[in-house]
Design a binder for this molecule. Structure first.
Ligand code: ZN
Length: 64
């Protein structure tokens, strides 16, 4: 029942600028291949969530 899910590419109410690479391992990835933790209840968590490649995302949050 994880609330994390893959961020859709639509406009979110708050999204940080994506710098073109995974914020954990630094691998360059297109925006369509990065993942971001979304918390419907707490936008601050969403806002502060790093953009991660799928590998780092799985390591951090599990397979969800
Ligand atoms: Zn990564």
């Amino acid at each position: 029942m994880a609330r994390a899910y893959i961020a859709p590419r639509r406009k979110m109410m708050k999204s940080r600028k994506y710098n073109g690479k995974c914020e954990h391992c630094g691998t360059p990835k297109p925006l369509s291949e990065v993942y971001c933790y979304i918390d419907d209840v707490n936008p601050a968590i969403t806002y502060n969530a790093p953009y991660l490649c799928i590998d780092c995302y799985k390591k951090k949050y599990g397979n969800g």
